[in-house]
Design a protein around this ligand. Sequence first.
Ligand SMILES: *[C@@H]1O[C@H](CO)[C@@H](O)[C@H](O)[C@H]1NC(C)=O
Ligand SMILES: *[C@@H]1O[C@H](CO)[C@@H](O)[C@H](O)[C@H]1NC(C)=O
Ligand SMILES: *[C@@H]1O[C@H](CO)[C@@H](O)[C@H](O)[C@H]1NC(C)=O
Ligand SMILES: *[C@@H]1O[C@H](CO)[C@@H](O)[C@H](O)[C@H]1NC(C)=O
Ligand SMILES: *[C@@H]1O[C@H](CO)[C@@H](O)[C@H](O)[C@H]1NC(C)=O
Ligand SMILES: *[C@@H]1O[C@H](CO)[C@@H](O)[C@H](O)[C@H]1NC(C)=O
Ligand SMILES: *[C@@H]1O[C@H](CO)[C@@H](O)[C@H](O)[C@H]1NC(C)=O
Length: 451
Amino acid sequence: MKISGWTALLGAAVLGADAIQLDLGSDDSIKQAASTIAHNMMTYYVGNQSGQVPGLLPPPYYWWEAGAMFGSLLDYWYYTGDTTYNDVTEQALLFQVGPDRNYEPTNRTSDLGNDDQAFWGIAAMSAAELKFQNPPEDQPQWLALAQAVFNRQAGRWDEQTCGGGLRWQIFSFNRGYNYKNSISNGCFINLGARLGAYTGNSTYFEWVDKVWDWMTEEGLVSPSFQVFDGTDVTINCTQLDHVQWSYNGGVMLLGAATMWNQTTGDEQSKWGDRVTGLLKENMVFFQNGTTMYEVACEPNNNCNVDQLSFKAYLSRWMAATTKVAPWTADQILPLLASSAQAAAQSCSGGNDGSTCGTKWTQTGWDGAYGVGQQMSALEVIQSNMIQKVSGPVSNKTGGTSKGDYSAGSGSSSHVDNAPGEITMKDKAGAGVLTAVVLIMLLGGGYWMSVD
Ligand SMILES: *[C@@H]1O[C@H](CO)[C@@H](O)[C@H](O)[C@H]1NC(C)=O
Ligand SMILES: *[C@@H]1O[C@H](CO)[C@@H](O)[C@H](O)[C@H]1NC(C)=O
Ligand SMILES: *[C@@H]1O[C@H](CO)[C@@H](O)[C@H](O)[C@H]1NC(C)=O
Ligand SMILES: *[C@@H]1O[C@H](CO)[C@@H](O)[C@H](O)[C@H]1NC(C)=O
Ligand SMILES: *[C@@H]1O[C@H](CO)[C@@H](O)[C@H](O)[C@H]1NC(C)=O
Ligand SMILES: *[C@@H]1O[C@H](CO)[C@@H](O)[C@H](O)[C@H]1NC(C)=O
Ligand SMILES: *[C@@H]1O[C@H](CO)[C@@H](O)[C@H](O)[C@H]1NC(C)=O
């Protein structure tokens, strides 16, 4: 009796010591929590070890999620000042640029979507805005990398179907080529608005207007500012997949807020209304109006690996929104605080006693773990430092990253030759997916509708 009682006490004490303790009133507490969570996240990354490829996460994590993760480490440094991961982040962001310095590495031809590329481009954009260490002169520069991604995507704007829009996939032989989705178009908006703000070049803003209008016409953005997942070119975008994912609400929010920041008069009112509408509709991602959750998959325990990381981006972009549209802070900061507190208490599992779970809405760790869980908890917790840090710079307010308006279209242009590489096997695969997507859209069965 005595011994087991002692063991139980000891166990509780050890767990208590290891679980994330978060006092949002203390900067040190926030930084300590973020440090513990980032450390656990980086145990998944071996890309900087000898014989490994910098910038890649091991399966089941796709290429894009590594770009997203390095974006979260840029934020980590921005919020905490801790430079532990800066060199490994720079190395990864530079290693994956590909032969044309545009985040279209040759190895990724089989799974490169516009959204995947954009997550890396958005990380480069953050590096420029946050004044992350500039790469050596002979290496690609952050601003130029973001411009390269933007230029490539502008070149893929497709008016052959649905009156415009970016397709999800870049290559016709990849599954999902017929799908035009909100995350691809939303990332293009997010990146365009921020490039416009950084450079002062209004061409970017004209693109943002055009993409936003197209998404509205097709119903991807509803009149009340819900953001639905996507639509299909084989039916000329006449029907929608109505699932709402948190990253779609987030990517549009920061895009609109940045446009509000960069406009005046009627234009500014228009963007302000969009920000207000998105903030209202994004409440669907907060259970009981307090705790962030992935409403389309968490309740039914069917989030895939990608979706487990989406809360990271909603957190990231909500926090950034308060910097460019400060009037949103009253609404956003309490949500980041309550969600951070909920996330922290979920970080109480695993061998280290501080592994983060998927569901912040339940008490304690839910037994789940992975890069997505760590990244989501990291972003929401460190976001609570947002009022202690300065906003994004532009090239007029201290930004030093070098740009290049013609970046992205290098000489190797492997991408333009890519359709010639289609094999019969690939073709069959894409055809099957098209049929499946179509059935899903028409049947409305597989995808869950949330509104
Ligand atoms: C890889 O990066 C981690 C930081 O995440 C660092 O602790 C480790 O020493 C690095 N390994 C090598 C081989 O550089
Ligand atoms: C592409 O794959 C090869 C073979 O695995 C590897 O050596 C190379 O580093 C990879 N490049 C990138 C950019 O991932
Ligand atoms: C396809 O949709 C676009 C935009 O909604 C529309 O302008 C066009 O007329 C449609 N094409 C056909 C063939 O219905
Ligand atoms: C929070 O929401 C859940 C699910 O909708 C519900 O079961 C629970 O009762 C709510 N809790 C509170 C305190 O409102
Ligand atoms: C626009 O954003 C910048 C960067 O965060 C900020 O300093 C500025 O105050 C914002 N402008 C307005 C009108 O809020
Ligand atoms: C800002 O961008 C403009 C346009 O590209 C360029 O002419 C100017 O030199 C840049 N300013 C700085 C400080 O880099
Ligand atoms: C503005 O950006 C566009 C698109 O990249 C570019 O073509 C144009 O030259 C830029 N304008 C100026 C004045 O630098």
